[in-house]
Design a protein around this ligand. Structure first.
Ligand code: CA
Length: 222
């Protein structure tokens, strides 16, 4: 996944770049609207993070310009003022979502993932981490050369973890997205399912992919 960040404030740009790289995205940064326009139209990106106030070409103008030029890459607009007018202007210009500065990186990342998931769920039929591959259309799971049988719930759990590769997934996220209900805090059903899944996808393999982050949740990564 390749992300273009168009942001003139060097501190914010490098904070975003570093954070995104840490979770495995490749990132290019443009420091003004013109440079951003050049990169957005000459390279392929999965997502553009676009600041509203930019030198040379401002965010709203650039957003409209890209959409007019048939660039359909999802755009996450960064705004400073949390006014309804700014949001509407950004969305009208063709942005897919917006986030108000200052923001917590976790929230930023959640927005990024949500936008990327929208394209993934349309385009991708297979997810792969290391030698583990799942086929979303046929519900098949293969690790190395071995086919693994999963129940429907185990498959949904694995799919959610793999769509969030490299990101800590909390128990709350799992209960909301995989079970569609909020468990009370004392139930251990998630841990039970994580164990089932771990026994099936990691047991007997030297490299472990599914990890427990004590007190925070779970992560799948190569
Ligand atoms: Ca700015």
């Amino acid at each position: 996944m390749r992300i273009l960040v168009i942001e003139d404030e060097k501190k914010i740009a490098s904070f975003i770049k570093r954070g995104l790289r840490e979770v495995g995205y490749s990132v290019d940064v443009a420091y003004d609207g013109e440079e951003g326009h050049f990169l957005a139209t000459t390279s392929d990106y999965d997502l553009i993070v676009l600041d509203l106030m930019l030198p040379k070409i401002d965010g709203v103008t650039l957003c409209k310009k890209l959409r007019n030029e048939k660039v359909i890459t999802p755009i996450l607009m960064l705004t400073v003022k949390d006014s309804i007018k700014d949001k509407v202007t950004g969305l009208d210009a063709g942005a897919n979502d917006y986030l108000t500065k200052p923001f917590a990186f976790e929230e930023f990342l959640a927005r990024v993932r949500a936008l990327l998931r929208r394209i993934e769920s349309k385009q991708v039929s297979k997810l792969k981490i290391d030698d583990l591959e799942i086929d979303l259309l046929n519900h098949k799971v293969i690790r190395g050369s071995k086919e693994i049988e999963l129940t429907a719930k185990e498959f949904a759990l694995l799919e959610f973890l793999m769509r969030n590769e490299g990101v800590i997934v909390t128990r709350t996220m799992l209960s909301e997205h995989v079970w569609d209900i909020n468990f009370d805090t004392y139930t251990n059903i998630i841990d039970v399912y994580i164990n089932y899944l771990r026994n099936k996808i990691d047991k007997g393999f030297e490299k472990k992919l599914l990890h427990t982050i004590r007190g925070r949740g779970y992560i799948i990564k190569a």
